[in-house]
Write a protein that binds this ligand. Structure first.
Ligand code: UDP
Ligand code: MG
Length: 318
């Protein structure tokens, strides 16, 4: 490894149907790279790598053309759409042996690319991981903002260590990536996994812009699925909560039994129909919920035991 100055920096950028955004993104990043190399902050061997996550539009053609025009651009094409997290991991794992550090970011440049300077600086100061953290969420809708904030709170309560307001914009050193490669789970939630690595970390603050081209590839449905994935991949607390709930209900039932017996001996046998019906539905519902959550974890175990590859790379233009 070269010393911690002048690192060979790779950018890993997952792209799904981003043909509109890519040319703008590429131009801006090229300019940024120009500044950084000129100043000697990064090596001329640094590269910008787009990972095409099985796009259905002309994204790959755009990447191939960029690569032809300027070898600073590279492209990795996955054989099909595997989702943002896997595409990102494919990039990180493919590139980790070629460079000193990788910065992962989104193709739409919502995350301020000027934060790269600070990330590289902190890397040179010895940080293995540098998190990009949003200063505010002014450009998000009120809905996205409040759901996101609630989510961080829930995750914290579930015992998952996450960096507040940090998405997947971060620098990871070769060392950190090597350690990450030991995490073999197929249920991926990178922003919850990376803090588990430890090491010396840093943070760079930036404000997030609105998406310029194209539309969000994360509709509410995908967002909810992703949030749920985060909880069930990293925490067993929900199962424990069900156990407590079950125990609590058992206690209540004991009390109820006593109550029912007393009523019986006092002769009020018909009273309590409504109560009974509500109890049956209530307990039934809770049981189904419990089974569902336990099932969710069993599903995860099932997927993990298969040890299937998490992505397939079709081509690597380098
Ligand atoms: N993305 C991907 N595969 C997918 C969905 C999204 O690689 O199946 C990429 C997308 O191209 C973008 C990044 O993941 O670079 C984040 O997506 P987006 O900006 O749409 O999400 P948002 O910022 O709205 O959360
Ligand atoms: Mg975005």
């Amino acid at each position: 490894m070269t010393e911690r100055k002048h690192p060979v920096l790779y950018l890993a950028i997952p792209c799904y149907n981003e043909e509109e955004a890519l040319p703008v993104t590429a131009e801006k990043l090229l300019e940024k790279f120009g500044q950084l190399t000129e100043r000697g902050s990064i090596s001329e061997k640094s590269r910008i790598v787009f990972i095409d996550d099985g796009s259905k539009d002309g994204t790959w053609q755009v990447i191939a053309k960029l690569h032809e025009q300027d070898p600073v651009f590279r492209g990795i094409r996955l054989s099909r759409n595997c989702g943002h997290q896997r595409a990102l991991l494919a990039g990180l794992m493919t590139l980790r042996n070629e460079c000193d550090a990788v910065i992962s970011m989104d193709a739409d440049l919502q995350d301020d690319i000027n934060a790269i300077d600070g990330m590289v600086e902190q890397y040179c100061d010895g940080c293995e991981i540098v998190y990009g953290v949003r200063k505010d969420r002014a450009t998000d809708t009120a809905f996205k903002r409040s759901t996101a904030q609630g989510y961080y709170k829930v995750m914290r309560a579930m015992g998952v260590d996450m960096v507040y307001n940090h998405a997947d914009y971060r620098l990871m050193s070769r060392r950190a990536l090597e350690e990450l490669s030991g995490y073999e789970e197929v249920n991926l939630f990178l922003r919850g996994m990376v803090p588990m690595l430890g090491f010396r970390t840093g943070e760079v603050y930036y404000s997030r812009a609105a998406r310029m081209q194209g539309e969000s590839k994360y509709p509410l449905r995908k967002m909810l699925a992703f949030a749920f994935e985060g909880i069930t991949s990293l925490s067993v607390k929900p199962i424990r909560m069900i156990t407590f709930l079950g125990f609590f209900i058992f206690l209540v039932t004991l009390g109820m039994l006593l109550y029912v017996l007393i009523r019986h001996f006092l002769g009020y046998t018909v009273v309590g129909w409504t109560f009974l019906a509500v109890s049956v539905w209530g307990i039934g519902g809770l049981q189904l919920l419990g089974i569902g959550i336990v099932g969710e974890y069993i599903g995860k175990i099932y997927l993990e035991t298969k040890h299937r590859p998490r992505y397939h790379i079709e081509k690597y233009l380098k």
